[in-house]
Design a protein around this ligand. Structure first.
Ligand code: FES
Length: 138
């Protein structure tokens, strides 16, 4: 898979998402506390736009009967059409994680200066890049 520069990393704050299009595929990129994850923007159920879904967390049983704990705040994405839920980190569904999943795409942050390296050398002019950029592999 080729790598595609999407946007400066500074444009996507923790808790935010952005939609990009790579080779005709819409991919939604999430910033979870400084970690970046990409998901295909199409729900595997009936095609809802996952970028419009709300994020939530997990409610898990506590140590005693009647107690519970809330974890992974903001890491579970709920499809806006019928409410299917997906783990943003893996794309796996909450209902059938081994069978139903959203395609996920690796996202990395690369320094702008690294993106200019290549096998060819030409006449150069000094250029400085001061920001980091999001790069999605699709
Ligand atoms: S289209 Fe996403 S839950 Fe139905």
């Amino acid at each position: 898979m080729a790598k595609h520069v999407v946007a400066p990393a500074s444009e996507l704050s923790p808790g935010e998402r952005l939609v990009t299009e790579v080779n005709g595929r819409k991919i939604v990129i999430f910033n979870l506390g400084g970690e970046f994850f990409g998901l295909f923007n199409r729900c595997p159920h009936q095609g809802g736009d996952l970028c419009a879904g709300r994020t939530t967390g997990l409610v898990e049983a506590g140590d005693e009967p009647g107690s519970y704990r809330y974890s992974r705040r903001g890491e579970i994405l709920r499809c806006p059409w019928h409410g299917w839920e997906f783990d943003i980190r893996t794309g796996k569904s909450r209902c059938e994680p081994d069978r139903i999943r959203v395609r996920s795409y690796p996202v990395e942050v690369r320094q702008g200066a690294d993106l200019f390296d290549g096998p060819y050398v030409a006449e150069t002019v000094p250029v400085t890049v001061e920001e980091d950029y999001l790069v999605v592999e699709a």
